[in-house]
Design a protein around this ligand. Sequence first.
Ligand SMILES: *Cc1c(COP(=O)(O)O)cnc(C)c1O
Length: 465
Amino acid sequence: MRQMGEMVVARTIDYLAALPEQPSCGTVDDERYVRAMREPAPEQGSALETLLDPLFDEWIPRSFNTAKSGYLAYIPGGGVFPAALADFIAAGTNRFTGVWMAAPALVQLEANVLDWLREWMGFPPGAAGLFTTGGSMAMFNAICCARERHLGPEIRRGTIYVSSQAHHCIEKAAKLAGIHHDRVRTIPCDADFRMRVDALAAVIAADRAAGLTPFMVFSTAGTTNTGAVDPIDAVADLAAHEGLWHHVDGAYGGCFHLVPELRPLLHGLPRADSLTLDPHKGLFLPYGTGALLVRDGSALRALHSSTAGYLPPNQDEFYDPAQFGPDLSRGFPGLRLWLTFKLFGAARYRAALAEKRALALEAAAALREVPGLVLDAPPQLSLLAFHLEGPAFPTLAAQNAATQALHERVTARGDVMLTGCTVNGRVLARICVLSFRTRRRDVEIAVRQIAEEAAILTRGTPSLA
Ligand SMILES: *Cc1c(COP(=O)(O)O)cnc(C)c1O
């Protein structure tokens, strides 16, 4: 066991140490290679080393390099090293943390972390939380909570409201929760990609007039396309007036509420009835760590609480994971958060998050100086979006092709990875600064390479591969 463990730790650390030399995006478009990997179940075992060789040398490199400091694509993830050690301990000791009585001290660690998140988000002591595999499953649990509270068993007339910029996982989660697509209303956004509260009010009124039952509205604290923060406080006012459950999707941006100076950017967030957080994004943890906070904790418990003759009786004093979530047997997600937060301390988290925001502002200021670049979305948090235009690109289609080529050409250089998105028919290139490894140097490289590639594209001599 020791030998195997040392081999794995050594290979992982060697891999991380070599990140600066690795490309920001590996070869992901080799279907032939992947087809050739199909194989029957092994009848006999193999030596660990023979399995680790292709894993580290061949398969891990064939991916978006989400661990590299230059990863500015999508919403960057985390992966701080101590969290991997926590997972090793959790899996190695394999304790059962589904019910409180089976490991009360370990469950208390998880309850502590949920309570820290609650405090950081400004939620009241009566709130309850749940660790999920990600933001999508947090959303699913939130919709189920709201549905139970507001609709009971008569769910077909219930309608929910999202902005045109909301994450698509809400619609997926709604369907899982029995709310079909024809009951999901899409509300238009303003010029800054924020949900229009006047339009929201009008659609709610029309649904009521049609005999439907509006029951839930979503604000986004940082959209995936452009990083827009909806007018959370105004949506909270309307939700209170209309008697709707107000969920805030903070999967990308909620973490910035840790930083007191940045709280005004998320004004109204603590008023939410429920909140999605994605510690595997903004709290730098490895993938597989989402979280849900519910202001009235009894709603989450009412959704999930259950008994069985083979389980210990329920109790009320202590947090009991199976009473607040859908899983019984489960991993121990709380340990990766607890160990990491205790090891680093909240102050370092706040400093890192403030730094990511500052770097995005610096990038925006520098990109404003690049000829032909138009900043469609300056950073509301740490994400900015832009496109390329000018005499060389007379039509929207030409600008879209140029903007697409711009972020692809920068990514192909291998130092940073950018991605784009399409909003209202326009292709935007984006930079999202959220990886704990991203520092000023990475942002400077990104800005310089964007400027260089923009100049080449504008001169009209690129090979548009
Ligand atoms: C990532 C993200 C989600 C989805 O969360 P997953 O953890 O990927 O399931 C939802 N909303 C926003 C704003 C996100 O950035």
